[in-house]
Design a protein around this ligand. Structure first.
Ligand code: NAP
Length: 313
């Protein structure tokens, strides 16, 4: 028997946060398949602490755990958490903001450079011997171009800082104009798409932003425009994007996120004007340690009777 409280673990953490979690809690590692997970959670109804990912915490979790005191999520996005159910159960939900801003902004610039300068294609070009038959086709400059950022939040502002280092002009779209922001504001995302050379999407996912990037926005972006999606796959109408890439309605895309991860449509992978990555925005050892530690810090705070450090509401 242990006198440490139980903590159900619904995500994976690296070694340091895992060791810290085990030092404070009796860790119950849940199975990964959703149906088995729910059965496992229901079998531990007295649990007060849950460490999760923002991708999967349905209402049933709150209903099954009447003594729950916190759901501590790994990641900044929490579009898979049933927030109304959490509020109804009076359970705080936390995420891991800020500690990943730099990493996700670095990834975004990598995707911008990848899509516009075609570095992944260049790598393939050398490896498959194509260079022996002639040079790679010219690509598109990034510096001094216009970047439109959909979602100028914590990460969006960090991306803007990076883009300024590339002498880019910056515009942004969001639900409202922000005070003290020197960038051009667009109230309509299609107007920003028509203005910019590269449209970077870094809003949250979920119902409010579903298919925000649709055929209308892609048409406005135009045949010289690039799309970089680093937010959530749900924000982009994927069939409309495939069509736009196929027909040359836009020039190219860099995608870190997809509608049905880890499945990526074959029709998308068949195209050479798209650069893809397996949702690696924050995927470095350093950043994943920082995120994991914040997950544990939130749990410990609540265990010690303090307020959660980074609540989402
Ligand atoms: P944040 O600080 O909350 O910023 C979100 C921004 O999106 C805000 O500027 C907000 O502006 C805008 N926004 C929110 N809802 C909107 C809507 N319905 N329509 C238009 N704009 C909207 O969040 P963050 O920390 O920067 O993170 C942003 C997102 O990045 C996360 O939610 C997650 O989905 C994604 N992300 C992806 C990765 C990855 O690995 N690819 C890693 C980390 C995060 P207004 O309030 O003015 O509208």
């Amino acid at each position: 028997m242990t006198n440490k409280p139980d903590c159900i673990l619904l995500t994976s953490l690296r070694a340091t946060p895992t060791a810290r979690l085990h030092a404070e809690f009796n860790v119950l590692v849940a199975p990964t398949a959703p149906a088995e997970r729910l059965a496992f959670i229901k079998a531990h109804p007295d649990t007060r602490f849950v460490a999760a990912s923002g991708g999967w915490v349905p209402a049933e979790v709150f209903q099954a755990l009447p003594k729950l005191e916190i759901v501590s999520c790994f990641g900044v996005g929490y579009d898979g958490v049933d927030i109304p159910a959490a509020k109804a159960a009076n359970v705080p939900v936390t995420n891991t903001p800020d500690v990943l801003n730099d990493c996700v902004a670095d990834t975004t610039m990598g995707m911008v450079l990848g899509a516009m300068r075609k570095f992944p294609q260049a790598d393939r070009f050398v490896r498959d011997g194509s260079w022996l038959k002639g040079g790679q086709a010219l690509t598109t400059s990034v510096h001094h171009k216009k970047m439109g950022i959909a979602g100028l939040g914590r990460i969006g502002k960090t991306i803007a800082k990076r883009a300024q280092g590339f002498d880019m002009e910056i515009g942004y779209y969001g639900r409202s104009k922000q005070a003290d922001v020197p960038f051009k504001y667009f109230a309509d995302i299609a107007d920003m798409a028509a203005w910019c050379d590269v449209l970077v999407v870094i809003t949250p996912g979920g119902a409010a932003t579903r298919n925000m990037i649709d055929a209308r926005v892609l048409k406005a972006l135009g045949p010289k425009g690039y799309l970089v999606n680093i937010s959530r796959g749900s924000v982009v109408d994927e069939p409309a994007l495939i069509e736009a890439l196929k027909t040359g309605a836009i020039a190219g895309a860099g995608l870190d996120v997809f509608a049905d991860e880890p499945r990526v449509p074959e029709a998308l992978l068949a195209l050479d004007n798209v650069v893809v990555a397996p949702h690696v925005g924050s995927a470095t050892n350093e950043t994943r340690d920082a995120m994991g530690n914040l997950v544990v810090d939130n749990l410990i705070a609540v265990k010690n009777g303090k307020k959660p450090l980074t609540p989402v509401y």
